[in-house]
Design a binder for this molecule. Structure first.
Ligand SMILES: [Zn+2]
Length: 265
């Protein structure tokens, strides 16, 4: 490619770079059929752009238009991969079993939130109380209406953020973080059980603080006992009644004990 550029310079007067903000060099030079038929990048998938010195893309190769469909597909796969909803796709309101003392109120609040998510919904309760099922039911209901939903445990979330720094990662840290910030509905399961380092704790706070400030629909599930160990700054946001609807699974022992036997339906 470099040889071509210098050949071009020899053959014709130097173009005025100030007026060439975003010109793809291979496209300007010649049209050569390539392996994928793209004459812009000659099949390499990348083009260099002619920009003035000082431009952030100066001297850099950027993805060619011909790779957009493939990149979009990968991004979607990547989102699906981290959403965790595939594993919880069978959890809905219909197969949730609300006929347990104390459950109907919790159930109704969750159903209302699924109709019109506003602010935060915090589901508090012990192990096996059904809070993950209800959170997944809301997430699946919103997904069915076309909302962009991300559902993950807090530990997985932090793992994914760390993994974006790996050389083999297909997603950049900034991309993932902004998707978490901007998701139409973000569900964070099991707050407080994550292995926290100062880095992880800082990232989690940054994410939650953003969603809190802009009142973005967010569901958080947590064990009440474990919640006491969570960062004070996060806990105070979970208590703010102007943003948060807090629901406690009071007196509900293990909702799975109340589920009808598998073959009884
Ligand atoms: Zn191309």
């Amino acid at each position: 490619m470099r040889r071509n550029i210098s050949d071009k310079k020899k053959r014709s007067p130097q173009p005025n770079l100030k007026h060439m903000e975003h010109v793809e060099i291979p496209f300007l030079l010649k049209t050569i059929p390539s392996s994928n038929g793209c004459t812009r990048c000659e099949g390499t998938g990348y083009v260099r752009v002619d920009v003035p010195y000082g431009d952030p893309t100066f001297g850099k190769a950027i993805p060619c238009h011909c790779t957009k469909a493939e990149r979009d597909k990968k991004r979607l796969q990547s989102l699906r991969g981290i959403s965790r909803l595939e594993a919880l796709g069978n959890k809905n309101f219909q197969n949730f079993f609300p006929r347990i003392p104390g459950m109907p109120k919790v159930y109704l609040t969750a159903e209302q939130f699924a109709q019109d998510p506003d602010g935060w919904l915090v589901l508090l309760g012990g192990h096996g109380c059904g809070k993950t099922h209800l959170a997944a039911a809301i997430a699946n209901a919103r997904l069915a209406r076309g909302s962009q939903v991300l559902f993950m445990t807090v530990s997985d979330l932090l793992d994914h953020l760390r993994a974006t720094f790996a050389p083999t990662s297909t997603m950049l840290y900034d991309q993932l973080f902004s998707r978490l910030q901007e998701a139409e509905l973000l569900v964070l399961d099991d707050l407080g059980t994550e292995q926290s380092s100062p880095w992880a704790g800082g990232k989690l706070f940054q994410l939650l603080d953003y969603r809190y400030t802009y009142r973005l629909p967010t569901i958080i599930t947590a064990d009440q006992q474990v919640l006491q160990t969570v960062d004070e700054r996060i806990r105070s946001r979970l208590m703010d009644k102007s943003v948060v609807t807090q629901v406690t699974f009071d007196g509900i022992l293990d909702y799975r004990l109340y589920l009808p036997p598998k073959n009884s339906v």
